[in-house]
Design a protein around this ligand. Sequence first.
Ligand SMILES: Nc1ncnc2c1ncn2[C@@H]1O[C@H](COP(=O)(O)OP(=O)(O)OP(=O)(O)O)[C@@H](O)[C@H]1O
Ligand SMILES: [Mg+2]
Length: 251
Amino acid sequence: MNASLLEVRDVAKSYGAVTALKRASFSVRSGEVVALAGDNGAGKSTLIKILSGSISADSGEVRFAGEPVSIGSPNDAARLGIQTVYQDLALCDNLDVVDNIFLGREPRGPWWRGFRVRRPRMERLTADALASVGIRIQRVDVPMGHLSGGQRQCVAVCRAILGDPKVVILDEPTAALGVAQRREVLDLIVRLRDQGRGVILISHDLVDILKVADRIVVLRLGETVADKPGAEWTEHTLVSAITGATAGEQR
Ligand SMILES: Nc1ncnc2c1ncn2[C@@H]1O[C@H](COP(=O)(O)OP(=O)(O)OP(=O)(O)O)[C@@H](O)[C@H]1O
Ligand SMILES: [Mg+2]
């Protein structure tokens, strides 16, 4: 049986008097899409921030490939092979696709050539990276601001997978996208899984979640309240788990 790649056990986190997480647990395997569902304030983003190294947990355990790890910074997360695509994407609209994908880590030539950025190499690597996940963007030298929402999301994902991470975390990747663009991003998620990566998907869109998730974990008030294979959920049972409605209240 395929063991967990990344595992979170009983993680807790408070912001002053606010308890954001109290007993959050879940895991993801390679080649698996796990959706984190939960209402506003359930603790999803807090959990992701802990896994991406931007905040630290008060207690609990995170294991990577079976070993306990401490993720103290985004660099620690990257070293382990965990990459996060945040909702705001953090793309630069005035730069082109290639520059956005390499932002801050451009390959450079040797000192005797003045450490010049190796643009042809960047273009080649960009084309390879886009092709590896089946993204079609006609030209990679157009400013980011000219691309559609779905294409922007795909470029952000492409940037995240450049270092070949084992786990990709996507925070609301389909929010604010049209029908066709949403499809594109969902297809991309499936391809990341088929490449053997573990994918953690945060979304408020239950239809999307039900479409692509192999497993759905529900957080409520900072606690994991359900964790089941995607096929065992319906929109109805998912809404009940998210809101905490008991069987008697369901209609
Ligand atoms: N920096 C912070 N300072 C104080 N409280 C915070 C902070 N960040 C989050 N919280 C609180 O922690 C709880 C969990 O928030 P979190 O952002 O993790 O929820 P979420 O599940 O991502 O919600 P949403 O679906 O709205 O994005 C909320 O009650 C929130 O108000
Ligand atoms: Mg959030």
